[in-house]
Design a protein around this ligand. Structure first.
Ligand SMILES: *Cc1c(COP(=O)(O)O)cnc(C)c1O
Ligand SMILES: [Zn+2]
Length: 411
């Protein structure tokens, strides 16, 4: 089980050793997020693709040799990861694509990809001697930490903006988290949570800020590679707010590449909302991440200043990828398209990735034989109000067979 060899600042390049109070670079502050690296020769000596194949596909702890943890201790109480990669024939037909898959990460315990990061952070925090946890969240990271903390019997404190969708707040309360509903934006809640964590010695799971969030999220890429028989996709489309999932996906593929388990790397496409496209603006412009006035119904990717923006930008470049943004209208069209053609119900952020795929197809920027994976990051039931804006409610009918006949057009 690897101990991280070093944690390297994305801004100044300084390398640090792991420590309980170390999240970001002390020189560069909160935006100096840290890249975790390992002794890959040691991992190679203890793990292999064949060794993995012998393990059941039950949760993401099968990748423990690639995670920054000493172990998983007693059986982890909920099944995180090991989510399906669906070939989605209906969506392939609708878009004229031959090799498209949807990675359905809504199948995680709290119904979003965030469980991958929360589970790793909870175990890491305990290894570092911490007993209380905290996170700031637009909704899902908090719901996830609350869910898995409840399963492990650990206390947690969740900072959410007042405007968080009701279903996500319901999750927090049902899981028994200490919910701090903040009169302010996600960014403000984020900074307050960092300060409170320092003050009260809570282990902080904030997205990007805690370097192990990227390490946890990378298991989605490890699974995609393994599910495709170690033949990585050409293109992976990732809904992007803070940019932590994007970097996690890249870290997963690059770890596998360094181990020699895959022979090439995919290009990544960052799917952003037009109303929250700081990473796209930096990518297309001068490379500087600047805050935007976030305004999109896709709450999970609604971010003013992306907390993992610098790393995400570096990773997007390294992958030869691109950043594409879509309007709320395009997101609302993609949601029922995904639903009708696949039976999968993604929340607006997840639908944003599908909307970007639609846009790339319309603009002729993907070929029909390209191997593409869209990650569905969060479940549609988490934000029913948004979903209902995407569809027309049915007219109530008289309760009679005549009314049904008239309705379906049979006389
Ligand atoms: C958090 C989240 C995202 C965006 O992830 P970042 O790491 O902030 O870029 C996308 N979709 C869903 C459903 C999420 O919960
Ligand atoms: Zn630094």
């Amino acid at each position: 089980m690897p101990v991280p060899e070093s944690l390297t600042c994305v801004l100044c390049g300084a390398a640090y050793r792991e420590g309980a109070d170390q999240y970001s670079c002390p020189e560069c502050g909160e935006l100096g997020t840290l890249r975790v690296s390992y002794d890959y020769d040691r991992i190679k000596a203890s793990a292999s693709r064949d060794g993995l194949a012998a393990l059941p596909f039950r949760d993401h702890w099968r990748y423990l040799p690639l995670l920054p943890l000493a172990g998983v201790g007693s059986e982890f109480p909920l099944a995180v990861g090991a989510t399906p990669l669906y070939p989605v024939p209906g969506l392939r037909r609708a878009l004229g694509l031959e090799r498209l898959w949807v990675k359905d990460d809504t199948a995680n315990p709290s119904a979003s990809l965030k469980d991958r990061a929360s589970s790793v952070v909870l175990l890491k925090g305990q290894e570092l001697g911490r007993t209380e946890f905290a996170a700031a969240s637009t909704g899902n990271a908090g719901a996830s930490l609350a869910c898995l903390s409840a399963a492990l019997g650990l206390p947690c404190h969740i900072f959410v903006p007042e405007s968080a969708p009701r279903a996500k707040v319901a999750q927090l309360l049902i899981f028994g988290a200490d919910v701090l509903s903040i009169r302010g934006s996600y960014s403000e809640a984020f900074s307050l949570c960092v300060e409170a964590s320092d003050r009260f010695r809570w282990y902080n799971r904030n997205t990007g800020y805690n370097p192990y969030t990227v390490e946890g999220k990378k298991t989605v890429a490890l699974e995609i590679a393994e599910q495709l028989g170690w033949e990585p996709p050409d293109t992976v489309i990732v809904a992007t707010g803070d940019g932590c999932i994007l970097s996690g996906v890249w870290k997963g593929f690059t770890d596998l590449h360094r181990l020699g388990w895959i022979s090439r790397l995919p290009r990544l496409v960052a799917a952003q909302a037009e109303g929250s496209q700081s990473i796209k603006q930096a990518f297309d412009g001068d490379g500087t991440i600047r805050p935007v006035n976030e305004d999109t119904l896709a709450d999970s990717i609604s971010v003013s200043l992306p907390r993992n923006g610098v790393m995400a930008l570096q990773d997007l470049r390294a992958s030869g990828g691109s950043a594409v943004s879509v309007s709320d209208g395009e997101i609302l069209e993609a949601m029922p398209l995904l639903g009708r053609t696949t039976g999968l119900f993604g929340e607006p952020a997840a639908a944003a990735a599908a909307a970007v795929l639609v846009k790339l197809v319309d603009q002729g920027e993907v070929s029909s034989t390209e191997r593409i994976v869209v990650v569905s990051t969060g479940h549609g039931l988490k934000d029913v109000d948004a979903a209902l804006r995407a569809v027309d409610p049915p007219e109530p009918l008289e309760c009679s067979i005549e009314a049904v006949r008239a309705r379906i057009g049979i006389r």
